[in-house]
Ligand binder design. Structure first.
Ligand SMILES: [Zn+2]
Length: 202
């Protein structure tokens, strides 16, 4: 992807994430793959609603910083996902309120309540808590790294997709499912044969 265009799309998607209240203040980080060897990622410690295209930091897939700025502290789990999944083109990590409410209270996220949950997300694993930026967290994310969406215990959520739009849509859907789950309590999942039918449509 053209770097200038990728910088603009990443800044626009960050603003959308912030405006949709999917993250607050400087929380979260987002990246997009430029080509086989490079990614663009949000800078460390900055408010996601105020980033400009020039703020994004370019990294090589093995973690060398190739532009101005300091990359997000979580850049290593982004890189791990790009290295293991050839068709991953974007990664979104943030702290949406309802996802994080489930994540801090040790409840898994259920995505079989509505058809959209099954179609857009599928099974969502929860990775254990490890310190942000740590090697242990990178390993835990990589172990669950084939999933479209991951809940991170006591922390937040993560999605990946072929494009920024797909990764963003999955995060928005994940937060919707978490809110729905918290509003409806013990509601039943769709019947198993319906889930299978939906899975076949993906
Ligand atoms: Zn985080």
């Amino acid at each position: 992807m053209n770097e200038r265009y990728a910088r603009e799309r990443l800044a626009a998607t960050c603003r959308l994430l912030y405006d949709r209240k999917l993250t607050v203040s400087a929380g979260g980080n987002m990246s997009v793959r430029l080509n086989d060897g490079e990614i663009l990622i949000t800078p460390s410690g900055r408010n996601k609603g105020m980033l400009t295209p020039d703020d994004m930091v370019k990294l090589s897939l093995d973690g060398n910083v190739l532009s101005e700025g300091r990359p997000s502290i979580e850049h290593r789990f982004h890189l791990a996902l790009y290295r293991m999944n050839e068709d991953t083109g974007a990664v979104v990590h943030c702290h949406p309120l309802h996802c994080t409410a489930l994540a801090v209270s040790g409840r898994p996220i259920r995505c079989g309540i509505t058809p959209e949950g099954v179609l857009l997300l599928g099974e969502v694993p929860t990775v254990p808590y490890f310190t942000p930026g740590s090697e242990e967290l990178v390993d835990a994310v990589a172990a669950a790294g084939r999933s479209k969406a991951i809940l991170m215990a006591k922390h937040g959520a993560l999605t990946q997709g072929k494009t920024l739009e797909e990764a963003f849509d999955r995060m928005e859907e994940l937060e919707f499912q978490a809110a729905l789950q918290l509003l409806t309590g013990d509601v039943e999942d769709l019947p198993a044969d319906e889930v299978r039918k939906l899975e076949a449509m993906r």
